[in-house]
Write a protein that binds this ligand. Structure first.
Ligand code: SAH
Length: 216
C-alpha cells in the first residue's frame, strides 16, 4: 500500500489521544488502542489532515466515520474483554471495528451499503485485522453466529432492536444510540433470558439505522 503511518500521523494520533484523556472520553485500554490504530487510513487521502480532529467526517455514500470521542465512549461502555464475540452494526469506514479488533475482540460487522461493505472489507484485511465483514441488514443481526457477548450499534436506531437483544448472551451488553434526529446513548445489559437493565449515557448524533436495503 502507498499510504502508511508516518512520524507526522503518529504525532497527530498522540495528540488526539491526549485530548480524549483530558476530556475524559474512553478508558485507558481503549485510548491505548486508539493510539495505535491509524485512523487516517480510514478516510480518503485528501482528508488525512482532518483524521485526528475530534469530529465526524463524510466517508462517501452519505455516511460518516464517528468522531473519536464517540468511538472512545462506545468502546468503553461496551466493556469488552479479550476474545469477546462482538457484533457491530454499521461497518462504515471500519475504524470502530478496527478499534474493537485492537482490543482483542472477535468482531463480526454488518453494513447495508454494498459499496462501503466491499471497500471496507478490503481495507480491514489490508490492515491485517481479523474483522469479519458482512453485507446485510443490521436489524436482522447474524443469527448464524449468535449468541454474542457484546453488540455495538453505530447508527441511530429508532428503538432497541429486539431481534438483536435475542442474539445477545445472558450477561451480555448492547450499546445503541436510540432516537431519531438526535439519540440517547443507551446501554442494555441482558440480565436474564427475558430481562434487561437499561441505562442512558448522554445525547449523541448518528446517521439513521435504516431498515430497507439501499439501492446498489
Ligand atoms: N462504525 C462506523 C460508523 C459508520 S456510520 C465507523 O467507525 O466508521 C453508520 C453506518 O451504518 C453507515 O455506514 C450506514 O450505511 C450503516 N447502516 C445504517 N443502517 C444499517 C443497517 N440497518 N444495517 C447495517 N448497517 C447500517
Amino acid at each position: 500500500m502507498i499510504r502508511r503511518d508516518t512520524p507526522k500521523t503518529g504525532g497527530m494520533r498522540k495528540s488526539m489521544v491526549e485530548e480524549l484523556e483530558r476530556k475524559g472520553f474512553g478508558n485507558a485500554a481503549v485510548r491505548e488502542v486508539m493510539g495505535r490504530v491509524p485512523r487516517h487510513l480510514f478516510l480518503d487521502s485528501a482528508f488525512e489532515k482532518f483524521a485526528y480532529r475530534d469530529s465526524a467526517f463524510e466517508i462517501g455514500e452519505g455516511q460518516t466515520i464517528s468522531r473519536p470521542a464517540t468511538v472512545a465512549q462506545q468502546s468503553a461502555l461496551l466493556e469488552t474483554f479479550p476474545n469477546a464475540k462482538v457484533l457491530e452494526v454499521g461497518t462504515g469506514s471500519g475504524y470502530q471495528a478496527a478499534v474493537l479488533d485492537g482490543l482483542g475482540c472477535s468482531v463480526y460487522s454488518i453494513e447495508r451499503q454494498k459499496n462501503l461493505y466491499l471497500k471496507t472489507r478490503q481495507l480491514l484485511s489490508d490492515l491485517n485485522t481479523l474483522v469479519q465483514c458482512f453485507y446485510g441488514d443490521g436489524y436482522k443481526g447474524l443469527p448464524q453466529f449468535a449468541p454474542f457477548d457484546r453488540i455495538l450499534i453505530t447508527c441511530g436506531a429508532p428503538f432497541i432492536p429486539q431481534e438483536l437483544v435475542g442474539q445477545l448472551k445472558v450477561g451480555g451488553i448492547m450499546v445503541v444510540p436510540v432516537g431519531d434526529k438526535e439519540q440517547i446513548m443507551t446501554k442494555v445489559v441482558k440480565i436474564s433470558e427475558t430481562g434487561v437493565d437499561i441505562s442512558e449515557h448522554g445525547s449523541c448524533n448518528f446517521v439513521p439505522m435504516l431498515g430497507k436495503k439501499a439501492e446498489d
